[in-house]
Write a new protein. Structure first.
Length: 638
């Protein structure tokens, strides 16, 4: 029932149908929907317990979240977790829970997230990544959720969802190019033309089928939906010729059709659509790639660069693109467009120079905004030094010297002594040893290629057995494996959430919604594979009741006191000015220098001299390993 979105109130009629069908063992005493909820909670408890056990085995994990208001006006937060399966070295992205947030601010979201982690016994010190959309409540530089987490987890990487960023790039380009809003207005008018008249929609479908069209409905253009423009343009281009024939036939008796026909029969407007179809191709491919759960953090930079190269190639090509060339080839000099033996007369002429200018401006704007939106991808790209494909075409000499700067960037972010918390500790004298570990790692990665293990997962699943050769760098590999890249999975979770809690089920409580989401998203198929899950759920119900992880989860989340400022009374306490300057206790009010005598001066000078000599020796060793003074300072070494 959960998998197929069957309402729980249908349980009695379902049991009655099973009884009529002759199913043995059907008990009519348990046909109330509350028994459905009891069984649902037990199933959810089993799934959650197994998930947390797997997550606890992972060395690190990341959290992805998003918030939305449901149909009843409640603010809900969906949390997803990304952890590593230690048996296969695969990254796993799964739904974690849905909780209610009574204070939709950075403080409230952080408090609820921390309460969930504490209740589920997930160590927050193991959280290395946080994925979210671009809302200021999440990514505010000083007071956003990510900034609040970084105050406690200094090297945590906050990743703005790359799929959201790609959509924002297109929004930025729309504001820069006046031609795009005109195309969007045409797409909206065509959708409205048929959406408001079921009679004409029926006539159009019959007419389109007769002419061999398969895409019969024109989708609505929605600026907030990822690449809605591309979907609308594709459908319109597929149906444009037939649509012109249809509108030409009915425009006399249909005033709205006459206005659309006038716009669509302009050959320059049609040509812009075909040019846009060619230019949107690389952007759409990038968006689809960025919605994949299997996307690794270091792949973002290269995919963006590939999309930019494809765009620049199409924009600079004198041939414009395949879709435009096909359209132009079907035109005669008198602007008669013939497809499948049917002809339609178009108005005006094609201005190729204007189309080429549009293409160049589009490419320039999109490339510029891609650079702006993905400026932080270079740090994530540094993880590519742990990808075996990086070393496929390298000689041994190139491989030995490759990746020094990328490794330094990662060490500065994760291990600098300036950070209150570091991924692993090392001293200046350890830098040559880290370089040696890195060399061993690269050699073993290249050997993995020779035995056919070219993917990240396959290579590192085999290399874990050799972790003693690079124990500290392996921690960076763990981090790279679990870093979030997108929150499209959370958006898909909210899509299911809206199916579950709709205007007819708006009284569902959040624990029930959470269990429905968990069983629906993480539960096994409704076949024999579900038998084991049902048996385990029955055991839990008999022994624990419902006071397991689910009970603790919602008790912990609801117990959070979300008072943004001051104490429980709401008053802000004034801090002592002296404490703000130096909060010293009585025992800390004096330093050791206050008790030193003049006789100790010579010993102090000798100790300082020895420290200087040791630092100089360490600096020479680090210099021999190829580290500059600026890099040493960035790592926190004086």
């Amino acid at each position: 029932m959960v998998k197929e979105h069957v309402p729980m109130l249908k349980l009695p009629s379902m049991l009655a149908m099973m009884a009529v069908a002759g199913v043995a063992g059907v008990n009519h005493k348990y046909n109330h929907y509350r028994y459905f909820i009891m069984a649902l909670r037990a199933l959810s408890e089993v799934i959650l317990a197994a998930q947390i056990q797997r997550a606890l085995e992972s060395p690190y994990f990341s959290i992805m979240s998003d918030s939305s208001t449901d149909v009843s006006g409640e603010d809900h937060i969906l949390l997803y977790i990304r952890y590593m399966d230690m048996a296969s070295f695969a990254s796993v992205t799964e739904y974690l829970c849905a909780v209610r947030c009574t204070l939709k601010t950075a403080e409230g979201i952080v408090a609820v997230t921390e309460a969930v982690l504490a209740t589920l016994h997930l160590d927050p010190q193991k959280m290395v990544g946080y994925g979210c959309d671009g809302a200021s409540v999440y990514l505010g530089r000083h007071n956003g959720v990510a900034a609040k987490f970084r105050e406690k987890l200094s090297f945590l990487l906050a990743v703005h969802c790359v799929a959201h960023r790609t959509a924002l790039v297109m929004g930025d380009a729309t504001r820069d190019l006046p031609e795009l809003p005109k195309i969007d207005a045409l797409l909206k008018s065509i959708h409205s033309l048929f959406n408001k008249s079921s009679k004409m929609q029926g006539k159009w479908e019959a007419f389109a089928k007769m002419h061999g069209c398969t895409r019969l409905k024109f989708p609505i253009y929605n600026a907030t939906r990822w690449f809605s423009r591309m979907q609308c343009v594709i459908v319109l281009i597929c149906n444009a010729h037939t649509l012109l024939l249809f509108l030409e036939k009915y425009q006399a008796a249909w005033p709205q059709a006459k206005a659309v026909y006038k716009q669509l029969s302009d050959v320059q407007a049609l040509a812009r659509l075909f040019v846009l179809r060619d230019l949107l191709g690389p952007c759409e491919s990038l968006s689809k790639a960025f919605q994949s759960d299997g996307l690794k953090a270091h792949e973002i930079y290269q995919r963006v660069e590939n999309a930019k190269a494809a765009l620049e190639q199409r924009g600079s090509s004198p041939m414009m693109g395949q879709a435009f060339l096909s359209f132009k080839a079907a035109l005669t000099k008198s602007m008669i467009w013939t497809v499948g033996g049917k002809s339609v007369k178009l108005k005006g002429n094609i201005n190729t120079a204007a189309l080429r200018t549009l293409a160049l401006k589009f490419v320039s704007c999109v490339v510029e905004h891609l650079d702006d939106r993905f400026a932080d991808a270079k740090l994530l790209r540094a993880f590519h030094i742990f990808d075996p494909e990086t070393y496929r075409d390298m000689s041994d000499d190139e491989m030995r010297s490759y990746g020094k700067q990328e490794l330094m960037d990662l060490l500065i972010h994760f291990c600098s002594k300036k950070n209150p918390r570091r991924l692993f500790e090392f001293e200046r004298v350890d830098l040559p040893n880290l370089q040696e570990e890195f060399l061993h790692l690269k050699v073993r990665l290249k050997w993995q290629l020779t035995i056919g293990r070219s993917s990240w997962q396959a290579a590192w699943a085999g290399m874990c057995k050799e972790a003693h050769l690079f124990p500290r760098l392996l921690l960076l590999v763990y981090v790279a494996t679990v870093l979030p890249t997108q929150t499209a999975c959370v958006e898909r979770g909210f899509s299911r959430h809206r199916i579950i809690k709709n205007r007819l089920t708006n009284r569902l409580m959040i624990p029930t919604v959470d269990s429905l989401l968990r069983v629906g998203l993480l539960g096994p198929p409704a076949d024999m594979a579900a038998k084991t899950l049902i048996e385990e759920a029955a055991c839990i119900h008999e022994t624990q009741g419902y006071k397991g992880k689910l009970h603790a989860l919602f008790d912990g989340a609801s117990a959070v006191q979300l008072i943004p400022f001051g104490d429980e009374s709401g008053e802000v306490e004034d801090a002592d000015e002296a404490q703000l300057v130096y909060p010293a206790s009585d025992d800390e009010a004096f330093t050791e220098s206050d008790y030193e005598s003049a006789d100790d001066g010579e010993e102090v000078e000798e100790e300082e001299k020895l420290e200087v000599e040791e630092k100089e020796a360490e600096g020479e060793m680090a210099g021999e390993a190829g580290f500059s003074t600026a890099e040493l300072l960035a790592l926190g070494f004086e």
